[in-house]
Design a protein around this ligand. Sequence first.
Ligand code: ADP
Ligand code: MG
Length: 215
Amino acid sequence: MGEIVLSTENLAYQYPKGSKLHFEDLRIMQQQHTLILGESGSGKSTLLNLIAGFSKPSTGRVTILQQDLYQLQESKLDKFRAQHLGFIFQEAHLLKNLTVSENIKLAQSLAGLPVQEEAIMHVLGKLQLEGLAHRKPNELSRGQVQRVAIARSLINKPALLIADEPTASLDDKNTFLVIELIKALADEQGSTLIISTHDKRLKDEFSTNYQLSAL
Ligand code: ADP
Ligand code: MG
């Protein structure tokens, strides 16, 4: 059995003026791809932001690869994130003046890694994007744009890939394709997935499901 990639204990988050959200403890082992299921407003984004180190919990602890995330100082946290975590959001947020391959290269250089053209072409191929490396984002379909965001998030081989409703803007066909491609690439390079969705049809695609209850 592999190591524990992520665990949370007693997590709670209080929005100023909002209600307090409590989350059941999570414990995710290497390669244990996990789906966080919940309706709109159930706390998916809040939970993933806590796990990603973007917002400090009111109480509780997040441990990634044996590192207590919120014990790290800001600059160390940024470095830890760049080295070990990848993100996909509902919208892709690609830089529109850069080509597909330039967007991905940027992720490599921001992480302080050498630009590896071959690795980029390999990942693009895996995501069925070969031939599109020199296009700009506005010359791609939505499904293609989201697959570029996946390529960018996985290019640095993060231990944990955190994806917040990555298929929300896609049609049915692209939704299942994107999930299959993310899983295949994550398996190939040893990344563990934690993906949120409101789409119950994705349930059977994951061995581990974690249901957020409605508030
Ligand atoms: P989901 O991603 O599942 O749609 P969220 O994590 O965005 O859910 O929101 C969970 C709850 O927290 C909701 O009740 C939402 O209204 C509340 N919430 C989200 N963001 C804020 C905020 N900035 N201020 C106050 N309440 C918020
Ligand atoms: Mg959300």
